[in-house]
Design a protein around this ligand. Structure first.
Ligand code: OAK
Length: 834
C-alpha cells in the first residue's frame, strides 16, 4: 500500500502539557484553590458540608478546566490548518471512567492526589464515585473508545460521532443465580464531562413520501416530503491525547422533540398529546440496545442509526467545513469510518445531501461518496449481519430506500459486465435480498460504497474475504484489507496496573506509554531473577487489591494464594463459557468421586464476568449454570477450597481494570473461526497473564508473537472445524467415548447443581449432546490436556514468571496506536497534524 508517510508520534512534552498555553504549570496549592472554588461555585457547598459526589464533581470540574483550554486551542489550530480528519461513526463507545484517564493525560495524577490529601480527602474514594458511561455492549464499543484515545495521542484529528443514550448497557444483577437487568442510570448524579449545545440542534426528518419536481433549470429532481422530525442535540466530550496538548472531540447526539412539532399539537389544545410527542422523540436516544452482535431488526434501532449519522453528516458538512467548502473535494477533508454496519445508512444520506440538496448529478455524487467511506466488519456470525426489511426502510426513510435501489442497480450492472450471464452471482451479490423477505443487506451496501473493507485480525480478514464476502473480494480484491485490533496501553496498562507500569519504567524508562514496541526491551529482564521476583510482587499486590474490590463490591472472597484463571467477555455460545464449565465440573466430579485427590490440584480461582443479551435465553441459562456450579462447588467441603468459582455481576470496564492486572491465566477459548479478533486477549497479555486459547481471532497473532512455549494452544484449527462441519458433526460420539466428559455432563444433567431438579439445566445438556453448534465437545479433550499443561507450568514459579514477562515484552504490537497507524496507512491517509 502506498499510504502517506507516518512520522513519529508527537513527542510527549512536559507533564502538564495539557495546561492552557501561557498559564503557569499547576501546583498543588493552585490545584487546591481551584478545587475549592469549584466546590463552592459549582456545587454550592463548603468542603465540610460536601458529599463524596460533590467532591468528585468538583475534582472532575477542576481537571476539565485544564483540558478545555487545550481543547479550544486544538480546534482553533484546526480551523486554520484545515487538515484531513477522521470521523469515526459508531453506535457505541464503551468509555469507562473518565477521571483517572484525564488526570493521566494531563499529567495531574500526583498533583491531584496530593491536593486532595491536603483537603483531607482520599482521591481513590472520589474516583470510585464516578459511574462509567456504559454506552456500548462489548468489544466493538470498547474498541471505538481505544481508537479515539490513540488518535488523540498520535495527534490525528478525529471526531468520534455516536449516540448519547440516557440508559447505557443494563446493570446486571443476579437473583437466585439468574440474571436480572436493572436500568443503568449513569446520568443520575450528574456527568461533569459533557458539554451540551442545544443551540446547535439539528433537525432530523423521518417518514413521509417522495415526490418529483422540475427545478429552475428544467431538470427533473426528487425530493423527500417527510412526515415527522426530531432535534439532535450535540453533547461534546473531550478526548485528550496523552501529555501532548491535543484534545479531540467525541460528539454524542441526544434526541429531543422539535418545537414546531410540539407547538402544532399544543395549539390544537391537546396538551397530553404534545407531551406524548416529546416522549416519542426522546425515545430515540433513551436506551442502548443490549444485543451484542445479534440485531433484532427493531424500528427504533433504525431510527437511532439514521438519527445519529444524519446529525453527524450535517454537523461535519455544515459546521466543521462550512458553507464555502466545495463538497466535490469532501474526501480531502474527511474519511467516515463505519464501525460495523450500524452507521451504513450514512451512505444513502450523503448521496441524498449531495443530489437532492446540493444539486450534484448522480455520478458526481457517487464518485465523491465512494471516496469518503470505509467499512470495518466486526463479526463472522451470519446472524450478526444486519438486514433491514424493505417495508420498514421505505416507511421510515423512503428517499433512502430509493437511493439504495439505484446504487444496487448500477452496482449489479457492473457485476453483469464483469461476469456476463452469471445470474446466480447477480442474485447472490444483490444489496437487496429477495428471500425470505425483501431486505437490504447493510454489509453489502457498505462493501459497495466503501473505498476499503477491513476485518479486525488476520484470520478474520481472511475469512471475511473467503467466506462472508467472497464474490465481492473476487470483484474488487484491492478493496479488502486487514487491520488487527489493539487496545490503549494508557488505560489498560499505565492506569489499570500502576505497579507493573512503575516496574517497567524503572527498567526501560517511560517511553513505552506512547511507543509500546519498546516493551521489547524487557525481554532480557525475563532472565533476571530479581526482576521476576518484583514482577511477582506486583501480581500479588494486584490480587490483593482485587480481593478488596470484590469483597466491597459483592462480598465475594477468593481463595488466598490461588492461581487466578479469568474468563470475561459477553456471554455467547460461540465463546464457549460452557467449555470452561466442563473443565471445572470435570475437576469437581473427579474430586468428589475420589479419583482425584484435591491436595494434588493446584488451587485456582475461576472468575467469570459476562452479560447476556436479555432475550438470549440459552446465554441466560448458561449464566444460571455458572452460578449454580459456583455455589455448589464453593460449598462442598470435599473440594477443600482448591477450586473457587466467582462470578461478580455487572462486568464492565471498571471491573476489567481491576481483574485483568491480577490475572494469571486468560481464557480465550472460542471455536476457531468464530471470534473476529477479541481485545480482552490483548489486555491480559499486556498485563502478564498467559493465554490458554484456540487458534482464533487475534489469538493467532498473539501466539505467533509470544511463541508456542509461552501460550497454551488447544483445539481444532479453523480448517479442521470446516472439515468436521462438512463431514457432519455428532457431539454424541464424544459424549459416549470420553468417560470424564460424560461424567461432567451427566452430573449437570442429574440435577446435582439444581437441588436435584433435572429440568433446570436440561436444555443446556440436551443441546450439548445433540447439537453443540460450537463444538465444545469436540475440543474438550484437547482443552483438558492444555489445562494440565497449565498446571504443570504454573508449578514452576520461575518459569511461569519468565513466560509472563515475555508476554508483556511481546505485547507492543497490540497497542491501538499501532492499529491507528495501520488505518492511516492502509485506509485513511490522515497523517498526524501539528
Ligand atoms: C457487535 C455488534 C455487531 C457486530 C459485531 C459486534 C462486536 O462487538 N464484535 C466484536 O468486535 C470486537 C472488536 O473488533 C472483536 O474483538 C470481537 O471479536 C467481536 O466479537
Amino acid at each position: 500500500h502506498a499510504g502517506p508517510h507516518v512520522g513519529p508520534m508527537f513527542p510527549p512534552t512536559h507533564p502538564v502539557a495539557n495546561a492552557p498555553v501561557g498559564t503557569p504549570p499547576p501546583t498543588v496549592d493552585g490545584f487546591v484553590r481551584e478545587f475549592l472554588h469549584e466546590l463552592t461555585s459549582n456545587q454550592g457547598v463548603s468542603l465540610e458540608r460536601s458529599t463524596v459526589n460533590d467532591q468528585y464533581l468538583a475534582l472532575a470540574q477542576t481537571v476539565r478546566n485544564y483540558l478545555s483550554a487545550r481543547w479550544i486551542e486544538t480546534q482553533k489550530k484546526q480551523r486554520t490548518t484545515r487538515p484531513k480528519g477522521v470521523a469515526y461513526l459508531s453506535a457505541e463507545y464503551l468509555l469507562g471512567r473518565q477521571l483517572g484517564n484525564n488526570l493521566l493525560a494531563t499529567g495531574l495524577i500526583d498533583i491531584a492526589e496530593e491536593a486532595m490529601k491536603q483537603c483531607g480527602l482520599d482521591i481513590a474514594v472520589l474516583r470510585a464515585q464516578e459511574v462509567e458511561p456504559g454506552l456500548g455492549n462489548g468489544g466493538l464499543g470498547r474498541l471505538a473508545a481505544c481508537f479515539v484515545d490513540s488518535l488523540a495521542t498520535m495527534n490525528v484529528p478525529c471526531i468520534g460521532y455516536g449516540l448519547r443514550y440516557e440508559y447505557g448497557i443494563f446493570r446486571q444483577t443476579f437473583v437466585d443465580g439468574q440474571q436480572v437487568e436493572q436500568p443503568d442510570t449513569w446520568l443520575a448524579l450528574g456527568c461533569p464531562w459533557e458539554f451540551a449545545h442545544p443551540e446547535h440542534a439539528i433537525q432530523i426528518d423521518f417518514g413521509g413520501t417522495i415526490e418529483t419536481y422540475v427545478d429552475a433549470d428544467g431538470v427533473e429532481r426528487t425530493r423527500w416530503v417527510p412526515e415527522w422530525n426530531v432535534l439532535g442535540i450535540p453533547y461534546n466530550y473531550m478526548v485528550p491525547g496523552y501529555l501532548n496538548g491535543r484534545v479531540n472531540t467525541l460528539r454524542l447526539w441526544s434526541a429531543e422533540a422539535t418545537k414546531a412539532f410540539d407547538l402544532a399539537i399544543f395549539n390544537s389544545g391537546d396538551y397530553a398529546q404534545a407531551v406524548r410527542a416529546q416522549t416519542f422523540a426522546e425515545n430515540i436516544t433513551k436506551v442502548l440496545y443490549p444485543e451484542d452482535s445479534t440485531p433484532q431488526g427493531k424500528e427504533l434501532r433504525l431510527q437511532q442509526q439514521y438519527f445519529f449519522v444524519a446529525c453527524s453528516l450535517r454537523d461535519y458538512i455544515e459546521r466543521v467545513l462550512g458553507p464555502e467548502f466545495d463538497l466535490h473535494e469532501l474526501d480531502s477533508r474527511i474519511i467516515f469510518q463505519l464501525n460495523d454496519t450500524h452507521p451504513v445508512i450514512a451512505v444513502p444520506e450523503l448521496m441524498r445531501i449531495l443530489v437532492d440538496l446540493k444539486g450534484f448529478d448522480w455520478d458526481e455524487a457517487w464518485a465523491v461518496t465512494k471516496k469518503c467511506f470505509a467499512y470495518t466488519c466486526h463479526t463472522l456470525l451470519p446472524e450478526a449481519l444486519e438486514v433491514w426489511p424493505v417495508d420498514l426502510l421505505g416507511r421510515l426513510l423512503p428517499r433512502h430506500l430509493e437511493i439504495i435501489y439505484r446504487i444496487n442497480e448500477e452496482f449489479l450492472d457492473e457485476v453483469r459486465e464483469a461476469f456476463p450471464g452469471d445470474e446466480m452471482r447477480i442474485r447472490r451479490m444483490s444489496i437487496v435480498a429477495e428471500h425470505p423477505a425483501r431486505a437490504v443487506r447493510m454489509a453489502y451496501l457498505a462493501t459497495v460504497a466503501g473505498c476499503k473493507v477491513n476485518g479486525v485480525a488476520e484470520l478474520h480478514s481472511q475469512l471475511l474475504r473467503d467466506k462472508v464476502l467472497p464474490d465481492f473480494s473476487q470483484l474488487w480484491p484491492e478493496k479488502f484489507t486487514n487491520v488487527t485490533n489493539g487496545v490503549t496501553p494508557r488505560r489498560f496498562l499505565r492506569l489499570a496496573n500502576r505497579g507493573l507500569s512503575e516496574l517497567i519504567s524503572s527498567a526501560i524508562g517511560t517511553g513505552w506509554v506512547t511507543d509500546l514496541e519498546r516493551l521489547r526491551e524487557l525481554e532480557p529482564y525475563a532472565e533476571d531473577a530479581e526482576f521476576r521476583s518484583a514482577f511477582r510482587d506486583v501480581k500479588t499486590r494486584n490480587k490483593a487489591k482485587l480481593n478488596e474490590v470484590l469483597i466491597a463490591r459483592d462480598g465475594i472472597e477468593l481463595g488466598q494464594d490461588h492461581m487466578l484463571d479469568v474468563m470475561v467477555k459477553r456471554l455467547h455460545e460461540y465463546k464457549r463459557q460452557t467449555l470452561k464449565l466442563l473443565h471445572i465440573v470435570t475437576l469437581y466430579n473427579e474430586i468428589i468421586s475420589g479419583r482425584l485427590d484435591p491436595k494434588t490440584v493446584t488451587p485456582r480461582n475461576f472468575v467469570f464476568g459476562a452479560k447476556a443479551a436479555p432475550g438470549y435465553l440459552m446465554a441466560k441459562q448458561i449464566i444460571h449454570l455458572i452460578n449454580a456450579v459456583g455455589s455448589t462447588v464453593n460449598a462442598d467441603e470435599r473440594v477443600g477450597g482448591v477450586l473457587k468459582i466467582a462470578f461478580p455481576p455487572n462486568y464492565n470496564v471498571t471491573l476489567a481494570e481491576k481483574l485483568i492486572p491480577a490475572a494469571d491465566l486468560s481464557e480465550q477459548i472460542s471455536l476457531a473461526g468464530m471470534e473476529a479478533s477479541g481485545t480482552g486477549n490483548m489486555k491480559f497479555q499486556m498485563n502478564g497473564a498467559l493465554t490458554i486459547g484456540t487458534d482464533d481471532g487475534a489469538n493467532v497473532e498473539i501466539r505467533r508473537l509470544v511463541g508456542d512455549e509461552n501460550f497454551f494452544l488447544f483445539g481444532m484449527s479453523e480448517p479442521e472445524v470446516a472439515e468436521l462441519q462438512a463431514k457432519g458433526y455428532d457431539p454424541g460420539t464424544y459424549y459416549e467415548s470420553d468417560r470424564r466428559l460424560r461424567g461432567a455432563i451427566d452430573l449437570i444433567g442429574s440435577g446435582h447443581f439444581s437441588g436435584g431438579d433435572r429440568g433446570t439445566f436440561g436444555s443446556i445438556v440436551t443441546n450439548l449432546v445433540t447439537v453443540d453448534r460450537f463444538m465444545a465437545l469436540a475440543d474438550y479433550a484437547s482443552y483438558m490436556d492444555a489445562q494440565e499443561r497449565v498446571e504443570k507450568a504454573y508449578a514452576d514459579t520461575e518459569e511461569w514468571t519468565r513466560s509472563a514477562v515475555l508476554n508483556v515484552a511481546r505485547s507492543g504490537y497490540f497497542s491501538s496506536d499501532r492499529s491507528m497507524r495501520d488505518y492511516i496507512q492502509r485506509i485513511w491517509g490522515t497523517p498526524p497534524a501539528f
